[in-house]
Design a protein around this ligand. Sequence first.
Ligand code: MRU
Length: 368
Amino acid sequence: MFINGKTYQTIWPDEKDKDVIKFINQNYLPFRFVVDELHTSEDSFNAIYEMKVRGAPLIGVTAAFGIYLAALKAHNMANPREYIFSCADKLITARPTAINLRTAVIRQLEAIKTANNSEDLIHITLKTSLEILDEEKEKCRQIGLHGLSLIEKIAHNKPGQTVHILTHCNAGWLACIDYGTATAPIYFAHDKGIPIHVWVDETRPRNQGSRLTAWELKQHGIPHTVIVDNAGGHLMQSGMVDLIIVGTDRTTRSGYVVNKIGTYLKALAASDNHIPFYVAVPSSSIDTNITRPFDEIPIEERDDGEVRYIEGLANKKIIKVQIMESDSPVSNYGFDITPPRLITGLITEKGICEASEEGLFNLFPEKF
Ligand code: MRU
């Protein structure tokens, strides 16, 4: 994606130094654009845990690079594999909900089975990281192309009028490598000259919508309006929303979708108002092992400070401000589960399908 006329993706190996992985530190956005560095597997863990990088696809790629950095550090160790496996055990615990984290680490551990020496370990883990990165990028591009057809259909039915799309959290290129998942159809529609406008849920408590999605859309010149999370229902009742597209951190074999807290409520309002509700699902976020979603899927609970304080810019400084009583109890669930009955369809890199086992099996038989 272009930022100030320069092409960026969210994470990349430093061209000058193979021991360094560079990434956009999202905790400074939208106020400051900071390119940060990973040097160790521990750095990858912290970048994911502290949400310097976030979003399921990017979490997976960052973890994959974490294993590469472990292989670099293990180069002169007596038992490099043992060290890599201990780093993998730690990395997998960085955040619980996005399945991409576990999938990427396991793929790296599978890949190094063929390594004969520590040079091989370095070479294979870098190659695998870059493969995952390229695959995520291409999945998003394909999701964009398939999702574009949905927007074109609506535009066709309301010629000359704006297509109003609501999205929740940030499932944009900042959450991936490029294009985004939920945002990819939006970028392609805009680039194709279709008049669109995006309602951006601020997405409390970390405001991924107002901080990151709005920033992304502004960089690309896409008309958008930031709304409080509770406004979507009213906008739908008032006929001001034509389509909803959100992302996912984990989608089960039968079409249950885990995404940022609040997604389920948007789906309920969409169903009540007959608004098409689509989920952009790269196959890397499909988890076919889950059969009892509400019992088996780990829903992240994060620090209560994220609710008790809010971060913002004051006198050119990013500061934290307390916005509630110090000792009132707080609960901070990060994700919720939307059942398939509330989902119009899943936009995948292989096409659009019903949120069902049959729908996903037809497109991804290899995953079942
Ligand atoms: O807590 P976050 O910011 O990592 O949550 C991100 C989301 O819920 C996204 O919608 C999801 O990861 C999909 S990103 C393409």
